[in-house]
Design a protein around this ligand. Structure first.
Ligand SMILES: [Zn+2]
Ligand SMILES: [Zn+2]
Length: 162
């Protein structure tokens, strides 16, 4: 289940190129980086660095570990990706071209369910205003157990009683 994407004027590749060129010391846009940007933005996903490395290798891309880690940081800095701190691993997902949303994270199957809540947005803005805090973004993660895992757990405990 994914949310409706937001319309953006530039492609992720263009936006990243522009970011690299605007650095104090302009950086080269390498072929590996282009492969990475296009791969990541071909589908909306929550992924960590290791799974990205494995997936890209499996699909025949040549990208080094160091490049993946360095480029992920740059993509966050450029506003294309955002980090999601959901436990032992750091996850990433599209920020550019994708609406603000929050996550329910199942502690058993690690599924992430996205949802939007205008009420949460309002509270965040109010709190920032009260503290004269300059808002740059937020991520809200609710940990718990998803419906399927809950059902599986209930079925199992029923079987255990038999
Ligand atoms: Zn689950
Ligand atoms: Zn998400």
């Amino acid at each position: 289940m994914h949310l409706q994407s937001v319309e953006v004027s530039q492609s992720p590749e263009e936006k990243f190129r522009e970011y690299l060129a605007s650095r104090p010391r302009a950086q080269r846009f390498t072929e590996q980086q282009r492969d990475m940007v296009n791969y990541i933005f071909s589908k909306h996903n929550h992924f960590d660095a290791d799974s990205l490395i494995e997936d890209m290798k499996r699909e025949g891309f040549q990208v080094s570990r160091a490049t993946i880690y360095r480029t992920l940081n740059k993509l966050v800095d450029a506003g294309l990706l955002r980090r999601l701190d959901v436990g032992p691993r750091m996850y990433y997902e599209h920020d550019y071209g994708y609406p603000q949303h929050e996550h329910l994270v199942c502690q058993r199957c690690h599924k992430m369910i996205e949802f939007q809540s205008p009420a949460i947005e309002d509270v965040v803005r109010d709190v920032c205003r009260d503290h004269l805090f300059h808002f740059e973004g937020h991520s809200f993660v609710i940990r718990g157990v998803c419906n399927e895992c809950n059902r599986a757990r209930m079925t199992k405990s029923r079987l255990d009683l038999v």
